[in-house]
Design a protein around this ligand. Structure first.
Ligand code: EPU
Length: 338
């Protein structure tokens, strides 16, 4: 365990915002996590669990404890002819797991290549990209209850996964420290290449037989063209969620904007591409002070220098309001504002 006081969080949030926390704690094992919450954590002050801080926007100093799991390791815990079950420590970097699984030829995670963040954070918002969500390969997780220090196991159904959502963003928000995630991968891959331009990207690559390594490469190529690298330009990926609207609203918008990008969810709802709406509103590349809408992907807000968290949040409100004025659609935030 490692504890620091009055600690800067600048390197612990991918927006690169300078704020301090009162106490910063790194925990190296499930046992350490259990002991810490039972004996040392000051529960009268606020506390917050973070992974790599890739989905967070701090708007002020944090007057409490930031907790980070640092445990490591992947372990094959079960196997059949078709599947493997892997227990991954919460402190692992998500993409290190994808690299590991692709090397072993265990399929299922390759479309989620290069998503920033840790393993422990992945189920909280049900990370997703390129036609795949974590929920599809998730089996269960282990977590320490903060109130009691007890270990609890959660299985797929209990997670109540939704679009960028789980029970750990709702009822169990800040109630558990996730210490390990169990993933179920496939020995025989089922390639998912229908989303967006994956097929087009595959055509530019040279390979004999399609395999998950090639898919990973295609995803990396697509991502690196559009998504800014947080080590070069502060950002937290998509700032807003793609909004859901009903059929009537969809038909009204489609009449006004025939090129509207939308996906029929086949339950009388449509999902809109928030990036397209911001782009159509003429806001791609728009900037104010040190904050901007990314020039290649309008759903991403970037910190071009030393912008403060409140400044970034105010800027995002301006974008939200402008989109609402034009399309009558109000975005929900995808990032977690603290
Ligand atoms: N679009 C534009 N202009 C833009 C951005 C997008 O016209 O500036 C259009 C695209 O041409 C496309 C549509 O909008 O037709 C959707 O764009 P894209 O495929 O890039 O995906 P997205 O909906 O903007 C979502 C996730 C991303 C994930 C990608 C790829 C959310 C909030 N975001 O973005 O996840 O990488 O799909 O699957 O669901 C994240 O969560 O932080 C994140 C980056």
């Amino acid at each position: 365990m490692e504890i620091k006081y009055n600690y800067s969080l600048k390197n612990h949030n991918t927006f690169g915002v300078q704020v301090n926390c009162k106490t910063f704690v790194r925990l190296n094992s499930q046992q350490e996590a259990s002991n810490y919450v039972q004996n040392q954590l000051d529960k009268t002050l606020p506390y917050l669990l973070i992974g790599e801080g890739s989905n967070l926007l701090f708007t002020k100093n944090f007057e409490g404890t930031i907790i980070q799991m640092q445990n490591k390791g992947f372990e094959l815990i079960d196997e059949t002819n078709k599947n493997v079950w892997i227990k991954a420590a919460a402190g692992e970097i998500w993409d290190d797991f994808v690299v590991w699984s692709v090397e072993k030829n265990y399929a299922g995670a390759e479309n989620l290549s290069k998503i920033p963040g840790t393993m422990g954070a992945a189920p909280i918002q049900n990370i997703g990209a390129y036609g795949v969500e974590l929920a599809e390969i998730f089996n269960g997780l282990e977590a320490i209850e903060i109130e009691t220090g007890e270990l609890r196991r959660f299985y797929l159904r209990e997670l109540q996964f939704g679009y960028r959502d789980s029970i750990f963003k709702q009822k169990f928000k800040n109630k558990y420290i996730i210490t390990a995630v169990i993933l179920k991968l496939n020995k025989f891959p089922f390639f998912k290449i229908e989303y967006g331009n994956i097929k087009a990207e595959l055509e530019t690559l040279t390979y004999e037989n399609l395999n998950i390594g090639v898919i990973r490469q295609a995803i990396i190529n697509i991502r690196s063209r559009k998504l800014p690298d947080p080590s070069e330009l502060g950002n937290a990926g998509s700032f807003f969620k793609n909004p859901f609207i009903d059929v009537k609203k969809h038909n009204d918008l489609k009449k006004l904007f025939p090129d509207l990008v939308s996906y029929d969810l086949e339950n009388d709802k449509y999902k809109l591409a928030a990036g397209w709406l911001i782009d159509k509103a003429g806001l791609k590349g728009y900037s104010k002070g040190k904050v901007a809408v990314h020039k290649d992907q309008a759903l991403i807000i970037v910190n071009m220098g030393d912008a403060g968290g409140q400044e970034i949040l105010d800027f995002s409100e301006e974008i939200r309001n402008k989109v609402y004025e034009i399309f009558g659609v109000m975005f929900e935030l995808e990032v977690n504002v603290i």
